[in-house]
Design a binder for this molecule. Structure first.
Ligand SMILES: [Zn+2]
Length: 83
């Protein structure tokens, strides 16, 4: 991942990261231009999903099946066995 110095636009190095949660981290950066020397903190954060996690998808499917009445569950089992 490329970080640019917000003061001069040169490439900066990530020197340390401080993970706050699974979706947010502080990145401690230093400008690569010795004439600038700017050190700063950038935030790295989760934005949005493009394709859902397979783990989440199967959990949703499992919860949907659990919510079905027994006879519909049997019917679904039969349909799935034909795949
Ligand atoms: Zn700079």
């Amino acid at each position: 991942m490329r970080v640019l110095c917000p003061e001069c636009g040169e490439k900066a190095r990530i020197q340390k990261s401080n993970r706050l949660t699974n979706s947010v981290a502080d990145l401690y950066c230093a400008c690569g231009d010795p004439e600038c020397g700017h050190t700063f903190v950038m935030n790295l954060s989760y934005s949005h999903t493009l394709s859902p996690s397979a783990k989440t998808t199967s959990q949703i499917a499992f919860n949907l099946v659990k919510a079905l009445p027994p006879e519909q569950r049997q019917q679904l089992k039969h349909q799935l066995s034909m795949l």
